[in-house]
Design a protein around this ligand. Sequence first.
Ligand code: VG1
Ligand code: CO
Length: 545
Amino acid sequence: MSAIKTIDTNPFAGQKPGTSGLRKKVAEFTQPHYLENFVQAIFNMLGDCRGKRLAVGGDGRYYNREAIQIIARMAAANGFGKLLIGRGGIFSTPAMSCVIRKYGTDGGIILSASHNPGGPNADFGVKFNGANGGPAPEAVTEAIYRQTLSIEQYLTLDTGDMDLDRVGRCELGGMEIEIIDPVTDYADLMASIFDFEKISQLLTNRRFHMCFDAMHAVTGPYAKAILEERLGAEPGTVINGAPDESFGGGHPDPNLVHARELVDRMNGDAPLAFGAASDGDGDRNMVLGSGFYINPCDSLAVLAANAGLVPAYHESLAGVARSMPTSRALDRVAQFLEIPCYETPVGWKFFGNLMDADKITICGEESFGTGSNHVREKDGLWAVLFWLNIIVESRKPARSIVREHWQRFGRDYFTRHDFEGLDAGRTGEMIGRLRDRVSGLVGRQAGELSIQAADDFAYTDPVDGGVSEEQGVRIFFNDGSRAVFRLSGTGTANATLRLYCDKYETDPALLGLDTQRMLAQTLQAAGEVAGIAEFTGRTAPDVIT
Ligand code: VG1
Ligand code: CO
């Protein structure tokens, strides 16, 4: 048996998990002891690790394999009983959630910085998920952070690397390691939720052409196995399907800016019937109809409204939830269905308790994230299959489904403006000033609008009573529109300001108009109230979704 080594170390500042795990530049993560400190902090938070079982895998980005070797040695030295590892070190985020739940492990470690770019000069990340398969809630990430502040030692093993590429069992310092196929369990789960037979009829109908852009990231193998192999879509349906350590030099973020190739195919002379893309770790989705962009807030509302068409959701939904900045389109569906709709802070970790307590079945965020209680993460391919199942059952193209939805429920125009690479000090000051003034804003004029209500969003978890404050400043205007301001918690350099605006419209003549035009007054008023130009020096956002 290999010798256990105790390594002396010192705390690193800033190992505080953000919206979704700890994300840093690769150069920071690969410093001696940096990853080790964080991993030992997770283990210390867990307490006695003897005999515990963990799943480990990542999105395949640069440093994924090395990190897994380090984690495996440390897990063995800390007395874990078993590690389940995806072949090649791969698990998409939703597949990891599936595996934790299916095999009943005590949790999992996901190596990913999600939609952030990868490569030696880009980003790396580590996320801890609990036994329910979901991202650690705030109390747990806080406990991990506290451990990082006082860490003095970590345990590892004096041993070489193991083979990550062969499915099977082996042993490391008395700990069992099982390398499993990362796709099969997840694909089986999808087959148990959706009507694969009918979706297959659709995908093998030579008049229905679709494209799935895996963006050189982790969903390539999943999408090929499910869409092309199991469901019979023509080869080539999945593009950019070979995972790459640097995501082909791109930004694995499924939006109109970064999924350019897909967008061109959907808008060309012979547009495809349906298009979709996923992000670095496979939990996000963007869906497109022929020449038609489907806003993620609308997508979430459409899935909830049509859930009865999908086998797993035939029975009624327990409830639904959305993150606070996500448009209120979902609320209108919930009201119609007479089910509760919860409003949570940004980040998937807030949905877990609601699902565990059977309060919600489907939930989502404006940031291209939708999911259900089949796992405890958002799930990109699940959303794509959901759409295909709705299309085949309703016999309507995606575009008609959305337009009919607007006719029925009204349309919530929604946009998000991101201002990136900002000076953290000045941007923090701007948000601080907004927060301080928030209660005094009511009645004030801003541009053409006046402010009816304003607050700094706080959330009390209805299950465990945990309180999360300062989750975003909300301003409600007299025309029914809303603006939300918050700072991103997933970046690795400088600050990113997110400004979200939405407005409800029911006039049938005003349902098919341009989003930016419809929200121009609200955007203008929001910029003025916050002093965006004055504090950031910017007059236009870097990314609009
Ligand atoms: C962003 C999104 C948020 C999402 C998070 C993780 O966070 O806004 O909705 O849950 O990314 O998604 P922030 O703090 O940067 O706004 V993923 O796919 O990057 O794990
Ligand atoms: Co992601």
